[in-house]
Structure formats: C-alpha cells, structure tokens
Ligand binder design. Sequence first.
Ligand code: GLA
Length: 440
Amino acid sequence: MHKLVYFFLLSVCAYEIHYNSNLAENIMLALVWIILLSSTLCKCLDNGLAKTPPMGWLSWERFRCNTDCVNDPDNCISEQLFQTMTDIVVADGYASVGYEYINIDDCWLEKHRSHDGKLVADRKRFPNGIKALSDYIHSRGLKFGIYEDYGNYTCAGYPGIIGYEEKDALQFADWNVDYVKLDGCYALPYDMDHGYSTFGRLLNSTGKSMVYSCSWPVYQIYAGIQPNYSAIQTHCNLWRNYDDIQDSWASVENIIDYYGNNQDLIAPNAGPGHWNDPDMLIIGNFGLSYEQAKTQFAIWSILAAPLLMSVDLRTIRPQFKHILQNRKIIAVDQDPLGIQGRRIYKHKGIEIWSRPIGPLYQNFYSYAIAFVNRRTDGTPSDISVTLKELGLINFSGYRVEDLYENVDYGVLYPNTKIKVKVNPSGVVMLKGEVQYPVDL
Ligand code: GLA
C-alpha cells in the first residue's frame, strides 16, 4: 500500500481515538493504529516484486564491455544491441515462455556525470538516451533493467553511485527502470550492510517499483565477512553469492559445487521475493555442449535461480533455444512455493538434486529431480534408485515424467525403482507429481 494511504488511515484512527469515548472501541482503534504505524516504519524492501525468480536477458557474459561501435557496431554495448535483443525476445517466443526483462550491464555510461551530477549514458552509443530505450522496451511489452555500482566506480571504471544515491534512485525512476543490478566494485564491503539497504529504501521511496539485485554478499565473502543473509533477504530481491560465470563447463561446475557445498547456509534464504543468484545462463554460447547446457538449465531451475540469458539471440542454434524455452523446466524454476532445491546425493561423479514444488497433498510435496553425471568416462551412467530413497514417500504415489524427453512413466510408488541413463556431463530431469488417494 502506498505510504500516503497509510498516513491517511493513521490520521483517521488518531482522530477517532481522540473523539471517541467508548473504551473497548478505543483499544481496538489503538491496536489498528499500532499495526499501521509499524507498516509505515518497515525498513525493508517490500516492493511486492520477483515473487518468482526474474527471467530475462542480460548483456554482460556474452557482450562484456565492448564499446567499439566503430569497428564492431553489431556487438558493442549500444541502444541498437538492446533494441535488437528486445525484438528477438518478443518475435522468437522467449517472451511467451516468461522472459521479460531486458537488462543493460556495465559500460553504458559516459565516464563523467553531467555538470549537475546526473548519470549520462554514452552519447555515441545511446544517442537517444536511456529513457528512449526504456520506452522502446516497454512498447514491446517487456521490462527494462539497468546496472550501477554501490562504490566510486562500476567494475569497468564508470561512475558509481556513492555520494549520489538519492539522485540516482530518482533518475532510475524517471527513466521508468524496472530492475536495478547494483554491483559492489570500488566499495568497502563493511559499508555494504548500510549502503545496500539504504539504496533499496531510496529506490522504494521513489514510488516506482524496481526489482533490486544486489552483489552485497559476494563482495563480503571475498573480504572474509560472513554475510547477514537475513538482512540481505529483507532488502534485496536477488543477490549474487559467488564468482562471475564464464563461458566454460568448468565455470558452471564450479558454481554448481559452490551452491551444493554451501547449501545449508544459502538455500534457506530463497523464497518468493528474494532469491540467490548463481549468475547468468550461458546456454547457446561457445563454451557448453548440448548436454552441459541442459545441465545448467536443470540445476538453475532446481536452485530457483533467476533465468537471465546472456547469449546472442541472433545466432543461437535451435537446440539451445529449445532448452531455454523448455516450459516444463521453466515451470520448475518458477514454482510459486519458491523453495530452493538441494543436492541430496554426491558420490563418484554422480549427483542427485531435488526441489520440492507444488502441487502438495497434505504434507507431501511434488518434486523436481535432476540426476547429473559429472564423470568423463565417455559412456552414459545408469542410476537406479527407489522413489523412497529420493524422499518421495507418499503412499498414493507420484506421476513421474521426464522434463526433457517427454517420457511419461505413469504413477509410481515409494518402493518403485527407477533407472535413468545419464550422459557424461549431462542430466536427466524428472518431475514427480504427488497423487491423491483415489477415494478422495
Ligand atoms: C562484476 C559483476 C559482473 C558484471 C561485471 C561488469 O564482475 O559480477 O556480473 O556486472 O562486474 O563490470
């Protein structure tokens, strides 16, 4: 609810208490007054956004800080690049499966602010300015995201927000920005508890709702500080915990290991409105095979991760596009319960990851299960396991289907043994939908 509405209701309550002589009614009114007051004083983000992990396109991993529009006009960070990606997201079916944000990353700025302290987009590469780009993206039915940095400079050396926080928050609102990624280079990690929460409040108080993506924990972890995740999840819609993704399977494996090895600390912080961010999807680029790309998508959906593609959508091969548009796996990622999954088994290169999802029957969840083969011995590995061993113990069973291969196994029971064949560096992903007893 808008703050002004709260203040109006607070005043009405106070007026009633003042002029009403009935004690019981006054006690009730006083209680309402206290609840309303505590709502207006809430120091948390509470922007009602990102109830499921954000989905969209982000420039960084694939297009980096290419500012050379003279020699490389089609790939430099420019309004043309973002307009082109917007058009393809709409025309090639990405928008219709849920991708909605078109996000600029670093290197969009002039090296200096304007004389009155405002951020200025690079005049050559964004000749029509940020508002025009934002309007373009909105006119295609999508949402617009921007990048800044909490410190003195962005990671690539452009002006950061420190000292200009209020001005920049208002500027973003003025540009009708829907999503802000706030990086943490050239900043003091000890100051971030204060800095990131303050900027989140400033964004909120502009009156324009903006998804707030923080790099707060990752810089603190690098500095040896244990992040205060309960504070982070009240102030940010998503946050980076770990290294930047690079265009290789080794990088994806490294991130998968980080989230598996640290899951007790990390996983409980995810939920509707607040997500861990293992970084962009690199599916369709140069570094991942088809099998590896399927594995990244499966594990990211188990992790309830933001699905931010960083790929050249003009040249992506159909098989990778197909992965990115797999509606069944997207539905796992976007499951409204918002429970982050976990690695439940790891032995000799075989991993099993599991995520509780809806629908529920009593206390029994449905599950998404990813079987991952991290071996390199060149032949598919068989994995054989009962549903019970996976934690699927509802007596009425589960309808089990393969989410990549469109195989329906029918209804299976806790003692049923399932056997899957998993390709090297690949995945088999199943969903087990909980069944109700037949007499219900
Ligand atoms: C950091 C971030 C990346 C990207 C670059 C831009 O490394 O983690 O995601 O935003 O900065 O310079």
